[in-house]
Design a protein around this ligand. Sequence first.
Ligand code: IPM
Ligand code: MG
Length: 363
Amino acid sequence: MNDRSNMVKVAVVGGEGIGPEVTAQSQRVLNWFSANRGVPMVLRAAQYGLIPYLATGKVMPPDTVEAMEEADAILWGATGGPETKEVPPAARKAGSLLGLRSKYDLYANLRPIVAHPALSDSAPLKASVLDGVDFVIIRELTSGIYFGEPRGIETLPDGQRRGFNTEQYTTEQVRRVARSAFELARTRRNKVCSVDKANVLEASVLWREEVIALHEAEFSDVELTHMYVDNAAMQIVREPRQFDVMVTGNIFGDILSDEAGMLTGSIGMLPSASLGSDKRGLYEPVHGSAPDIAGKDIANPLASILSVAMMLRYTFDLEEEASRIERAVKKVLADGYRTADIYEPGKMRIGTAAMGDAVLASL
Ligand code: IPM
Ligand code: MG
């Protein structure tokens, strides 16, 4: 038996919409690793969203804050959706996912883009373009226009209203996320493409200069290229195989990762890890809460299950166990289980829980 003090603490926060049901499946996968592979973990489930709000007046009640505070890894489901319009914006903001990313300084958001051949006919691009696509987007997650000040909505003297935000990056904010990208590239095909809008934005001019400086100082063995974000958006659908590791700022990464998600055949296939400077991480599917299909057992749990693989890789340091999950998912897909795109519910051939069964049977 493992000594409890060596246990990795995992907070499981299903959240809203389809979050709880997809997370229930990935939690089964975690339990399997604990029971069958001796992976030392203690799980603590905690609530987020409308239900705790109605009970406590907080979307993120104290028990959930405590569970996350003591956790080494957070398995997050999803947040948001029309069913939660009862929650006033201020209450939602007080317990937001953005706040969490910022609080734990999870500045590097890894979003792997792998095209699964079994899903290529549900992808909108030709199989010949998708074949062999395997890259990772590293999105800076705690700065940029999402957090820059000043921001607001003001009324001008002439009565018009003006909304404004600030795109910004500091030397250290760029360097630490670029470092994550170079280090990851060294474990892969050794290529980094840095994406910015340096032909227009000063924040991007600085971004590019800092990436180049770090590359020269410490990572000259890694191949580095630069791309403007508009061109990157085009290249992702034109020739996605050219990418190995793409590193970019917060909002460009938000947009490009949804676009790149379509290469996998379904945004329901995309896991993510949000990491800081230690082993603590927040692991979540890239998809949202999809309230229109919540509770129907048709949401695709694979993105959440693949997020558990990332957790085993980055927080537990268990590469072999992480690959075991990824192989199981590949096998399930190759065996012909077609998952729904969470935005096209009619397509799912087997239910959410049955998909969990299939993955467990393939581990
Ligand atoms: C994402 C989401 C979030 C973001 C939303 C829910 C605030 O789109 O994780 O990509 O914009 O970061
Ligand atoms: Mg997004």
